[in-house]
Design a binder for this molecule. Structure first.
Ligand SMILES: COc1nc(N)nc2c1ncn2[C@H]1C[C@H](O)[C@@H](COP(=O)(O)OP(=O)(O)OP(=O)(O)O)O1
Length: 174
C-alpha cells in the first residue's frame, strides 16, 4: 500500500489585543486541487511519500511544493487506510500551527483559509467529516475507509486514540 500524507494547518484566532481567542474562530488551510487524486475537491495539502523519505519529511515538502508555505511543527494526529478501485493508501495526517510564509497558488493547487466550523464538506472527500473536525480541534483519529464508485462503502473511525505523536522524528517508508 502506498504511503501518503495530509497536513491540516491551523491558524489560531487572536483577539484585537493579541490574546488567544475562541478556538471556534480558528481557520484551516485547504487546497482546491487542480490535478491528481481528489482533483476539483478541497483537501488538506499533502501527497505521496517518496522512496527513502519519512512521512514527516514528505508533509513538509508537499506543503512547500503545493502552497509555498514552510511548516515548522507538524505533529502526527491521525492515520487512515483508504481503499478504492484505483487508489489504496495509508495516509499519515499531521496538524500544524507554526509556519512561515503566505499561501500561494501553484500549478497543483489553489489555497484557501476556511473557519474550522464552516468547512466546505460537500466539496471534500465524504469521509473527511468523520474525522477532520476532531483533528482540527486538537484530537486524534484512526480509520479505515473503502470507496466504490466514488462513494464510501465501509467507514470505520475511532477518535481520540493513541497516535505516535512524532513531532520531530518518524520512519522512512520503503
Ligand atoms: C477518502 O480518501 C481520501 N481522503 C482525503 N482526505 N485525502 C485523500 C484521500 N485519498 C487521497 N488523499 C490525499 C492524500 C494525499 O495528500 C493525496 C495524494 O494524492 P496526490 O495525487 O496529490 O499525490 P502527489 O504526490 O501530490 O501527486 P503527484 O504524483 O502528482 O506529485 O491525496
Amino acid at each position: 500500500m502506498r504511503d501518503a500524507t495530509l497536513c491540516h494547518l491551523v491558524r489560531e484566532a487572536r483577539s484585537a489585543s493579541g490574546e488567544w481567542a475562541e478556538s471556534a474562530n480558528d481557520e484551516t488551510l485547504l487546497i482546491h486541487k487542480k490535478r491528481g487524486v481528489g482533483s476539483d475537491q478541497y483537501v488538506g495539502p499533502g501527497g505521496k511519500v517518496e522512496p527513502g523519505e519519512t512521512p514527516r519529511e514528505c508533509v513538509v515538502r508537499e506543503v512547500r511544493e503545493e502552497v509555498g508555505i514552510e511548516v515548522r511543527d507538524p505533529v502526527k494526529v491521525g492515520e487512515f487506510e483508504y481503499y478504492s478501485e484505483d487508489w489504496n493508501a495509508l495516509v499519515h495526517v499531521y496538524r500544524a500551527t507554526e509556519y512561515a510564509g503566505d499561501p500561494v497558488e501553484t500549478d497543483e493547487a489553489v489555497p484557501e483559509w476556511f473557519p474550522v466550523d464552516d468547512l466546505p464538506l460537500s466539496e471534500m472527500w465524504a469521509t473527511d467529516r468523520d474525522w477532520l473536525p476532531t483533528v482540527l480541534a486538537g484530537g486524534t483519529s484512526r480509520g479505515r475507509f473503502v470507496y466504490h464508485g466514488g462513494d464510501p462503502r465501509l467507514v470505520e473511525v475511532e477518535t481520540d486514540v493513541p497516535i505516535e505523536r512524532t513531532a520531530g522524528v518518524d520512519h522512512a517508508t520503503s
